[in-house]
Design a protein around this ligand. Structure first.
Ligand code: ADP
Length: 449
């Protein structure tokens, strides 16, 4: 599983978050000498533990000269392929391997079956749904990748029968042995253009999802996304498509208001406790993946109806005086906020703002006006003035100051029977540590009422 020559020298691990630490531990266990580095210091005790395993740990910088002499470089999931340490490795002709690829080599050897989920949006939700469906059916399944444990961490323990794995395009870039039994591609939209030079380059990484496709592979594809269909074109294996606006192997019977697998009804729409058509798509993708793994339809139905929204993703928090407060703090770009807004079936007050990401809000303004359900927008944070300017011809606006002030304004604006939706379309870094802290603050305030 580990090339013999890795043991002749040193392997560099780039990034010391959870995944980098897990990769270092796995390599150390295999008797490989490891140099692990990160530009930032990590505060927990895991680095001390690595040192006791003989790993050379460096924080504050990456020693590029040392990395350029390594036998291989293992990349943590968040590190872009053109980051200096990876670029240095590439320039020196040293193989770069994603942490995911390393972990999967061990798991595959132990017979674990892999369901991998990628796409622009919905990866975490779909992966969590798949894990939930498998476990609800009594399968021995683990969640891994961004959403769960690092793959190398799973590989350190007893190998599960199944692993549901969330995969980003960065990880695909350096996953030479990646070969899932079942692969789910949720959708494709231009994203991460801050980190990729072009849309083509981003899609080129996503295409690596199919790099080892073979006749036994099963691909679960969004049948309504032409880019998905195009990307999968020509890849060997069996295909199952899902769709919310037409028939497919997994589809939404809108007239009958139920989720379908082929001709069979799985559950009424109302039994799925997730908001929005996009979540129906995620549920259908997960249902097809579970079915491909052998889960019977009644167990899929039970699993779908017992799944609840993940934190910060259209998560209903509390109803206060007839107003439902929904936390969609994970929506850090316009596309995600659009998805959240479209999912609203009641009139709503939208909390919009944070650190501006560059895209104008006019497209959102047009959608809010056309939808007719947005009663008002409270604009706040660094982006507040731009939001006010871009939206003024579309919706009623208020300018909020502190987050407490934003919440108080929303409370005054919303009427019984309505929703207050935190779906900011911006990053949180102007006022919070991250989107989780923003969502938690929203919850704390609502729960204090
Ligand atoms: P990811 O892990 O790909 O970021 P998540 O499941 O965490 O995806 O969802 C993030 C955001 O993406 C959600 O808040 C929602 O706005 C949007 N989203 C989720 N699923 C879909 C989908 N199937 N299609 C489009 N947008 C989606």
């Amino acid at each position: 599983m580990i090339p013999a020559d890795w043991k002749d020298g040193e392997v560099a691990v780039v990034g010391l978050g959870k995944s980098g630490v897990a990769a270092s531990r796995l390599l150390a266990r295999e008797g490989v000498r490891v140099y692990a580095s990160d530009t930032e210091a990590q505060s927990d005790g895991s680095l001390q533990q690595l040192k006791t395993l003989g790993v050379t740990v460096e924080t504050g910088r990456h020693d590029l000269k040392r990395i350029a002499k390594a036998r291989a470089v293992v990349a943590s999931p968040g590190v872009p392929p053109d980051a200096p340490p990876l670029a240095a490795a590439q320039k020196a002709g040293i193989p770069v391997v994603a942490e995911l690829d390393l972990g999967l080599r061990f798991l595959r050897f132990d017979g674990t079956q892999v369901i991998a989920v990628t796409g622009t949006n919905g990866k975490t939700t779909t992966t969590a749904l798949i894990g939930h469906l498998l476990r609800a059916a009594g399968y021995d399944a683990e969640l891994a990748g961004n959403i769960g444990r690092p793959v190398c961490d799973v590989a350190m323990g007893r190998a599960p029968m199944w692993v549901a794995l969330e995969v980003s395009s960065f990880q695909l870039h350096d996953a030479p042995t990646f070969d899932p039994d079942i692969g789910v591609l949720t959708n494709l939209a231009p994203d991460h253009l801050d980190r990729y030079k072009s849309v083509e380059e981003y899609y080129a990484d996503k295409a690596l999802f199919f790099r080892h496709a073979h006749a036994e592979s099963i691909w679960i594809l969004n049948g309504e996304d032409p880019e998905v269909v195009k990307l999968a074109e020509g890849a060997p294996g069996r295909r199952r498509t899902f769709a919310v606006n037409r028939r497919a192997e997994g589809w939404y019977d809108r007239a009958g208001d139920r989720l379908m697998l082929g001709e069979a009804a799985v559950i009424p729409r109302g039994d799925l406790k997730l908001l929005g058509d996009h979540n129906v798509a995620n549920a259908l993708a997960a249902a097809l993946a579970a079915a491909a793994a052998g889960v019977p339809r009644p167990a899929i139905a039970k699993g779908l109806s017992t799944f609840t929204a993940l934190k910060h993703r259209l998560e209903p928090v509390k109803e206060v005086n007839g107003v439902l407060w929904i936390n969609d703090s994970k929506a850090t770009n316009i596309a995600s906020t659009l998805v959240g807004v479209v999912a609203m079936d009641r009139p709503f007050v939208l909390l919009l703002g944070g650190r501006h990401k560059g895209e104008p809000y006019t497209r959102l303004g047009e959608a809010l006006k056309a939808g007719g359900k947005c009663r008002a927008v409270v604009a706040y944070g660094e982006a507040g003035d731009i939001v006010m300017k871009d939206l003024k011809s579309f919706v009623t606006l208020e300018r909020g100051a502190s987050f407490d002030d934003v919440m108080a304004r929303a409370r005054r604006l919303a009427q019984p029977g309505e929703v207050v939706l935190l779906s900011p379309a911006c990053s949180s870094y102007d006022m919070f540590k991250n989107y989780e802290e923003r969502g938690a603050t929203f919850r704390r305030i609502v729960e204090s009422w």
